[in-house]
Design a binder for this molecule. Structure first.
Ligand code: UDP
Length: 236
């Protein structure tokens, strides 16, 4: 797992957004994985996930506070969280400014419908070249469709590890595009779910808010975060 810490993006969020903006402008292909302890733990058991995370072209950013704290604990200089939802919002903003195109894939149909409204209202210069909910069985077919329209930005909201595996599997069909797996971000951006209040985010307690709102997340949290902590402690 240590080699994943070696790969973690370790500069400020703002410098990451500069790279994002430049790559978008220059049509440079980019695959971003926003990592939390669950991501690292999955890669321990799942070879496919490990391979895609370690690929030299995959950009790994620290999403969860668990990753930031763990990295610091074993003396990695990781600056701050860079979350999937913030990256999604930033890409909408940059795409609008640079007049780029986007494909939205994932989440429920009603969420996708609201996302279309949000784009129309807040990002009128961003061209929506397609949107598909995440509940079609044949998800490869949707990627074939995405490949045909060659979007500048592809946001995939299916949850980990499915979103990352799908992107990675089809990435070679594209010459350009910024690809990110954004988990539950559409639910929040569309207004169907609320993000944690600012104070929770500031105190690095967003994870707690999500568990309080959806107690079924507790098992997922325990399985990844607690075991992760014990693992990292061993490296110390
Ligand atoms: N989802 C989907 N298809 C599926 C399973 C999940 O489109 O087969 C969507 C779900 O509607 C939600 C997102 O994937 O919008 C996963 O969100 P979650 O909050 O679990 O992700 P996290 O942010 O915790 O990674």
């Amino acid at each position: 797992m240590k080699e994943l810490f070696d790969k973690l993006y370790n500069k400020e969020e703002s410098s990451f957004y500069n790279i994002l903006s430049k790559n978008l402008k220059n049509n440079k292909k980019m695959f971003i994985v926003t990592a939390n302890p669950e991501t690292f733990m999955i890669s321990e058991k799942d070879e496919e996930m490990k391979k895609l995370l370690l690929d030299k072209n995959t950009i790994l950013v620290p999403d969860g506070i668990g990753i930031v704290k763990a990295a610091r604990m074993i003396n990695y200089d990781v600056k701050e969280r860079i979350t999937g939802i913030d990256i999604a919002n930033k890409l909408l903003e940059l795409g609008n400014i640079q007049k780029k195109s986007i494909y939205l894939f994932g989440s429920k149909q009603e969420v996708i419908d609201s996302m279309k409204e949000v784009l129309k209202e807040k990002y009128p210069n961003l061209e929506l070249v397609g949107a598909s909910n995440g509940y079609e069985k044949d998800k490869d077919k949707i990627f074939e469709k995405i490949a045909k329209v060659k979007p500048d930005i592809v946001l995939v909201a299916l949850g980990i590890p499915l979103q990352e595996k799908l992107i990675y599997k089809h990435l070679n069909k594209f010459d350009k595009g910024i690809f990110v797996g954004v988990g539950g971000s559409f639910d929040v951006i569309s207004g169907h779910k609320k993000r944690a209040p600012k104070i929770f985010i500031k105190l690095n307690l967003e994870w707690l808010y999500r568990i309080l709102k959806e107690p079924k997340r507790l098992k997922r949290f325990y399985d990844s975060n607690v075991k992760f902590l014990f693992k990292v402690k061993k490296y110390k």
